[in-house]
Design a protein around this ligand. Sequence first.
Ligand SMILES: [Zn+2]
Length: 125
Amino acid sequence: MKNSLGPDAMFRDGLSKGQINLQQCDDCGKSIFFPRINCPHCGGTSLTWQPTSGKGEVHTTTTVRRRPESGGDYNVCMIELSEGVRMMSRVDGIDPHDVKIGMPITTFVGDIDGAAAVLCKPAEG
Ligand SMILES: [Zn+2]
């Protein structure tokens, strides 16, 4: 059993525990996604895992058409978190056609095809 997981495995390990963690660069303070070994902003190698605020907004959105018997249409989106990072996600809990660019969302750990994944829902209030 290896102690030191790679950055991607660390991220997935967090998801498996219901946590969405982002790396933050100790040198320039920026948050990083996808997980990696070097800061893409300044090249720093001292990165610290931090839980995300979970707050963000929809950056782009697409409705994927699917037969009703397969679960119906669903949303695929790029979200931008308040930490300044973007990631693929899916807005659950509302009609996929009602997902709008700029809509405030809250992230949570859900399930896509049996794997833990970052999902989101419309932010409260
Ligand atoms: Zn940096």
